[in-house]
Design a binder for this molecule. Sequence first.
Ligand SMILES: NC(=O)c1ccc[n+]([C@@H]2O[C@H](COP(=O)([O-])OP(=O)(O)OC[C@H]3O[C@@H](n4cnc5c(N)ncnc54)[C@H](OP(=O)(O)O)[C@@H]3O)[C@@H](O)[C@H]2O)c1
Length: 298
Amino acid sequence: MVTINLRTKSPKAKISRLPPTLDIDASATVESLVASISEVTKLGTERLRLTLIDNTRLLPGTLLEKYDLQDNSIVYVKDLGLQVSWSTVFYIEYAGPIFIHLFFYNFQSIVYGKTFEHSTIQATVLDLILLHYIKREFETMFVHRFSNASMPALYIARNSAHYWLLSGFLLAYFVYAPGACSDLPGFVYYGLVALWVYAEFSNFVTHLILSSLRPKGTTQRKIPYGYGFSLVSCPNYFFESLAWLAVVLLSRSWSAALFWLVSTATMYKWALKKHSKYKHEFAGKYPKARKAIFPYIA
Ligand SMILES: NC(=O)c1ccc[n+]([C@@H]2O[C@H](COP(=O)([O-])OP(=O)(O)OC[C@H]3O[C@@H](n4cnc5c(N)ncnc54)[C@H](OP(=O)(O)O)[C@@H]3O)[C@@H](O)[C@H]2O)c1
């Protein structure tokens, strides 16, 4: 047994019931230490984050021996605040655009002050956007295997804003407006719908591949191979961007273009990070020719 000191990093982040010291079995797991702190502080285990003086995180799934805790070692405890599961956040994020698009399309007199017949393109864009977000809900439920169990509840608002405002209200308002989205020649129309189907299907396949890398209930990470992964680290982002590009070209709306730009820039930034994490994590083994998101480019 060793006696460790428990601290919070700043007085602002004080945890009222946190004891100054705790006796622990240094050969136990990080989970058991978190559970002991949870018991005395009455805060759920998912809210607690433990770090050492050099900011090393005590990771769930590891033994405390790894961190060489001794008498008087300091462990910093952080209360991450109320947590919600990642799945919950995704369900809420994606449900927004589904309801917003249905509302703007079906309640014209409330939104635009008159009734009118939608163009074929407007009807198609509605279908594609509904299918896109229903697919995302389905994937959240049945495909993705997230490594993080939860995130702060406050993130719901931040994460949802991107989808609800940009891909929801702004896109729907301008795309379903009277006179917007005039018809296109048949071959262009069918070509763009086919591009969208190809991109969404490919995005789905890459999600299946990512999910197959991780046995259920684990947080394992492996190098993905196959469909798109031979060219880039994040083909799922590339195909997502391609699907939205098809919507931009179909609608020819600046609001769709704005959403596409913002989401592609976001995915580009994330892809660069994931790409360098792969190279670092699988040093020497990671395929050198792969780019981050855009084949042969970046
Ligand atoms: N339109 C937009 O603005 C926008 C922005 C972002 C995403 N999206 C869409 O949402 C989808 C999901 O996004 P995401 O950022 O969650 O994608 P992601 O980070 O690539 O991950 C998708 C899933 O695969 C897991 N995973 C990733 N790499 C893995 C590996 N090497 N080994 C094992 N499992 C791995 C992830 O687990 P972890 O929980 O461990 O990460 C996660 O559960 C995207 O593909 C895209 O279609 C859209």
